[in-house]
Structure formats: C-alpha cells, structure tokens
Design a protein around this ligand. Sequence first.
Ligand code: TMP
Length: 205
Amino acid sequence: MKSDPKFITLEGVDGAGKSTCIKFIKKYLADKNLNYLFTREPGGTALGEKLREILLHDDMNPETETLLMFSARNEHVYQIIKPNLKDGINVISDRFTDATYAYQSGGKNVPMEKITTLKNLVHKDLKPDLTLLFDLPTDVSLSRLKSDGNLDKFEKEAADFHNRIRESYLDLAKKEPKRFQIINSNQNINIIEKEIYFVLDKLFL
Ligand code: TMP
C-alpha cells in the first residue's frame, strides 16, 4: 500500500546550499518513482511570486513583512499545498513558516506569539512531516554569499542578523527533534547527499 503523501520543507540560513540539495532530493524522488511537486516561499503562486519581489527588495516594517509573508502563504496553502497533498502528491517547499520564526522573529524581533497567531489562522491543520534544516557557520554562509553579486535585502544584512537566524533555526529544531533533521552543509557534498538519502529513506520506507 502506498503511504500518505508527505509535506517536506527545506530551511536554513542564506547561503546554506539549498539549491544543490534540491537536485539530490529531486533525484531521490524520481528514482523512487514518487510523485512530487517542488514549490517555494515566499512565492509558489502567481500572487505569491509578486509578493516575493516586494518582500525581497522593498524595506518595510518587520510586522508588515510578517503579514505579507503570511498573505503569500495563505494563497500557497490553499491553491497549491493542500490540493496537491489531497491528490496524493508529495509537496516539497523551499521554506515555510519556520522561516518566519527564524527571520522575522529571530532576525527582526517580531514577537513569536504574533507569528503563532498567524500560523493558526492560515494553517492550523497543516504541519510539515519533515523539515530539513541546512546548517553551517555564519562566516562560511556569508563568504558563500559574497561571491554572488546579486543579493536580496536579507542576504545583504550584517553577520549578526544571520547569526540570530541560525540560532533561531537551531532552537526550533531543539523543540521538535522528530520533525527537524539537521544537515551539516559544511562538509563534502557526497556526504551531504548520503545524509539526505538516509533521512528520506526513513520517511518514505
Ligand atoms: P530564498 O528563496 O533564497 O530562500 O530567499 C527567500 C528569502 O526570504 C530568504 O532570505 C528568507 C526570507 N524569508 C523570510 O524572511 N521569511 C519567511 O517567512 C520566508 C518564507 C522567507
């Protein structure tokens, strides 16, 4: 019997190498003949992608930013995530609500309770089955970002901001050790690939 479709989220500081890991995850799912949809936040819908442009480039009050993240997320949940899961398709989202806790609360001091209120409003009944947290020291992630000329407003922030985000993610992972799987992104790419396959095997077998 086929297992229920899974909702997987990918998280981590900017520069943690998510894009390379997404290739491994796609290969794993294709090799196992699993139906899947890759999507991202902010974004994933036509409106969400318009909001992404604003969110990644315009300065705004952190609470406005939080509300816009959840506006994009509301569309994403109702148009894309829930309907696909209902159709038996595994959904993998490049970032989800943990990013709002890490960036807007950890990074920009929006109270966690406000984020929890919005989370309950938008997706009280939806939680990732697995969250892969790509982790690496801030000096390494920042040096990776520096080699990329095209930075968005989050990537341009100072080291202290990126440090707080890293710590927030690690705190979230401590609170839910079953859902979070931390992948050390500061190691050989072949080892990272093996670790990802190991974690996915545990979820899908
Ligand atoms: P990325 O697609 O390169 O991960 O860029 C998305 C950026 O948006 C990244 O810097 C994290 C940020 N972000 C937030 O600040 N809050 C959120 O809730 C989400 C989903 C992303």
